[in-house]
Write a protein that binds this ligand. Structure first.
Ligand SMILES: C[S@@+](CC[C@H](N)C(=O)[O-])C[C@H]1O[C@@H](n2cnc3c(N)ncnc32)[C@H](O)[C@@H]1O
Length: 283
């Protein structure tokens, strides 16, 4: 990725920070199964020191703070100032004291070797500039018996929460063919792809687990539309490229496409994620 593209991507996350913060409670609810799956796979427990890579508006860091308790701690990291600031504010609001913050990219972690018991990332691995380098860094900073675990989205077709919207919008906006392996939501959707990256980074006993769950919340289509078109940088860009006269047509077509996922005042999309974990040392 060129430095200009990297800067553009981080600027987009900076804008996203305000919307992820705005929908904090709803996002926490709909993506909670990802956090639980990640915590289970990384075997997070009381007293551990855990590194969160690409912590965004604070998950899984804030959940893990309550699991590791006062004898443990979480190091939240993200390269985007806006993300870090919203999480600091939220942690202070909740009175969380076992969290620390470092603004950094996963490519260069400013921590000594073996500083943590585990390193985790929820929905961040796919946006890493150089995933092998970043995962090598994650392995460097965990203990010899430490675990790294990342959760990423499974295939687009298994995730209508995303595809039902983009499939419609892409009929109206010309979309350039994606560059191979570009940082994007479904970069690691192919089973085995993130496994190979983690193995190339030097991890041992790498395993991949498929997580099927429901993205569920008591919200209307209107609230869903607002959430999706605000929280995603890609969708925000596409919406801007629509002609103003096209926007109501697109929204109407999306409403038709997702109608079956909204029943009796509840949104419920089937979803699929992959949790990929590995150890620093075999055995
Ligand atoms: C989809 S968000 C996920 C945030 C959070 N973990 C969650 O699940 O709510 C992706 C996050 O990856 C971060 N990110 C982007 N590039 C990164 C990099 N090079 N290193 C670490 N994190 C990065 C973004 O700033 C953003 O906060």
């Amino acid at each position: 990725m060129t430095p200009e593209k990297q800067k553009k991507a981080l600027d987009s996350w900076q804008t996203s920070a305000r919307y992820w913060d705005k929908y904090r409670a709803l996002i926490a609810q709909i993506f909670a199964p990802l956090t639980s799956g990640l915590v289970d796979e990384a075997r997070i427990k009381t007293g551990q020191r855990v590194l969160d890579i690409g912590g965004g508006t604070g998950e899984p860091a804030l959940t893990i703070c309550s699991i590791v308790g006062p004898t443990g701690s979480v190091m939240y990291t993200d390269p985007v100032a806006g993300m870090l600031e919203t999480t600091q504010t939220e942690a202070a609001r909740r009175g969380v004291t076992n969290i620390h913050f470092t603004q950094c990219s996963a490519d260069e972690l400013p921590f000594a070797d073996r500083s943590f018991d585990a390193a985790v990332g929820r929905l961040s691995a796919m946006f890493l500039v150089d995933p092998v380098k970043a995962l090598r860094e994650a392995l460097r900073v965990i203990a010899e018996d430490g675990i790294v675990s990342f959760v990423v989205w499974g295939p687009k077709e298994a995730n209508p929460f995303f595809s039902a919207v983009t499939d419609v919008i892409d009929r109206f906006v010309e979309v350039p063919p994606p560059e191979p392996d570009a940082p994007e939501t479904f970069r690691f959707a192919a089973p085995g792809k993130l496994v190979r990256v983690l193995e190339n980074a030097g991890a041992k006993n790498v395993i991949e687990r498929r997580l099927n769950f429901q993205i569920e919340a008591p919200i209307s289509f209107e609230q869903f539309w607002q959430l999706r078109t605000e929280m995603s940088g890609t969708l925000r860009d596409k919406m801007v490229r629509l002609m103003p006269t096209e926007r109501p047509t697109v929204k109407h077509a999306v409403a038709d496409a997702v109608r079956r996922y909204f029943v009796s005042g509840t949104m419920s999309f089937a979803a699929q994620a992959l949790i990929v974990s590995g150890r620093k040392s075999a055995g």
